[in-house]
Design a protein around this ligand. Structure first.
Ligand code: SAH
Ligand code: SF4
Length: 391
């Protein structure tokens, strides 16, 4: 019998599920806390739930992240997990520790339909939307694997950015419940300011996000005019810069922060000239948008045919923006040794044969584990990968 994966639900959804089982809705809060705050997947371990409810749950529900194909740690402390979401598709999540925070970068789709020229995910094409459960599973798995690894019961992930694979605003229906779990005090309790959705500019969905779950917004601008942006971010042909900036302005009325972050990928000789920086200053000034700029040194991959801007060029570009009073940062590239940087995620997933081989190997490992395990027939993803201990 197929069971329902409880990671698919926000707290309201879980309450509906409990009600369908003939249970009181408030039971959902207890269950939700076991799952998200304690990382539990074994109903028997949920000791303060009535035995009858635990037995019911065992018959019809499960708590399960997609199988983890690999977990890799970078010399700089970043950790990247590759999840198998079926049919030869894999998505990634990356943890980036910093002195004052721990950020998890999460994927929203397998592949992406927007097809930006400088993005390895875009070059893969679109496979499918992730479900809410597959989105939140990345946080569920990473948070509890990191706690076990660091031997702490304290929260490790303090910030979350939807900057992994995929365009989150082309999968808003699944994104919204996942965001609610992230923000829920009985879930991860992240503040709205510390959850960032990054978009290439799906204008109507920016308005929907403002209405339904306003969190911090980052917009991938990458060009100061439509002619160039049309080339780099094909979605611009549908929602040109002026419309996008108007949507950003409307968003600010609801946003938890009083600025929009514009991301700008620095491409050598393409969008990195001083003239481009001056156009940007004029553009955001004219639109009257409170904003910050985050310049991202391009992370090259072979099929792009593009190069990263020289460091001095990036600094000179930043200086023009800074001189105009726009707070500008240059993103540090992290996890270089494990290809965990923006736009490089699952770079080798395009090579389906290699992924298929890795998945087959993983399945063999799982099988061996099952045969060796007298405790349970089905090892959880956490056990298979060793909860990060192997990384
Ligand atoms: N689809 C969303 C979120 C995922 S991409 C978006 O486009 O905003 C997250 C960020 O990484 C975006 O700003 C994107 O433009 C940037 N990016 C993509 N490929 C990159 C690359 N090769 N080098 C540097 N940044 C890249
Ligand atoms: Fe999709 Fe974002 Fe990559 Fe563009 S940059 S192809 S929107 S994931």
């Amino acid at each position: 019998m197929s069971t329902t994966n409880l990671l698919e639900f926000d707290r309201d959804g879980l309450a509906d599920f409990c009600a369908r089982l003939g249970e009181k809705r408030f039971r959902a809060t207890q269950l939700f806390r076991w799952i998200h705050q304690r990382g539990a997947s074994d109903f028997d371990a949920m000791s303060d739930l009535a035995r009858a409810l635990r037995d019911k749950l065992k018959g019809c529900a499960r708590v399960q992240a997609p199988p983890v194909i690999s977990g890799q740690a970078s010399a700089d402390g970043s950790v990247k997990w590759l999840f198998d979401v079926g049919a030869g598709n894999a998505v990634e999540a990356v943890f980036i520790p910093e002195e004052d925070r721990g950020t998890l970068c999460v994927s929203s789709q397998a592949g992406c339909a927007v097809g930006c020229r400088f993005c390895s995910t875009g070059h893969q094409g679109f496979s499918r939307n992730l479900s809410s459960g597959e989105i939140i599973a990345q946080l569920w798995f990473a948070e509890h694997a990191l706690r076990r690894r660091l031997k702490t019961e304290d929260r490790v992930i303090s910030n979350l950015v939807m900057m992994g694979m995929g365009e989150p605003l082309q999968n808003l229906a699944a994104l919204l419940p996942a965001l609610r779990v992230m923000l829920d005090d009985h879930g991860y309790g992240l503040s709205r300011r510390r959850v960032t959705v990054s978009t290439s500019g799906v204008v109507p969905m920016i308005d929907r996000l403002a209405r339904d779950c306003p969190v911090a917004l980052a917009v991938s601008l990458h060009a100061p005019n439509d002619a160039l942006r049309d080339q780099l971010v094909p979605l611009n042909r549908k929602y040109p810069i002026d419309e996008l900036l108007q949507a950003c302005k409307r968003y600010l009325a609801h946003a938890p922060r009083d600025f929009i972050t514009f991301e700008y990928c620095m491409l050598d000789g393409v969008n990195d000239q001083i003239g481009h920086a001056r156009q940007l200053v004029e553009l955001v000034g004219r639109a009257g948008i409170r904003c910050k700029f985050n310049l991202i040194p391009f992370n090259p991959f072979p099929a792009s045919g593009l190069l990263r801007s020289a460091h001095n060029q990036i600094l000179a570009f930043a200086q023009v923006l800074g001189a105009a009073g726009i707070v500008t940062t240059v993103r540090k590239t992290r996890g270089d040794d494990i290809a965990a940087a923006c736009g490089q995620l699952a770079g080798d997933v395009r090579d389906r044969t290699r992924v298929a081989e890795r998945m087959a190997k993983q399945r063999t490992m799982q099988l061996q584990l099952q045969l060796n395990s007298s405790r349970r027939a089905e090892p959880s993803a956490a056990e298979v990968i060793g909860c990060g201990e192997s990384i």
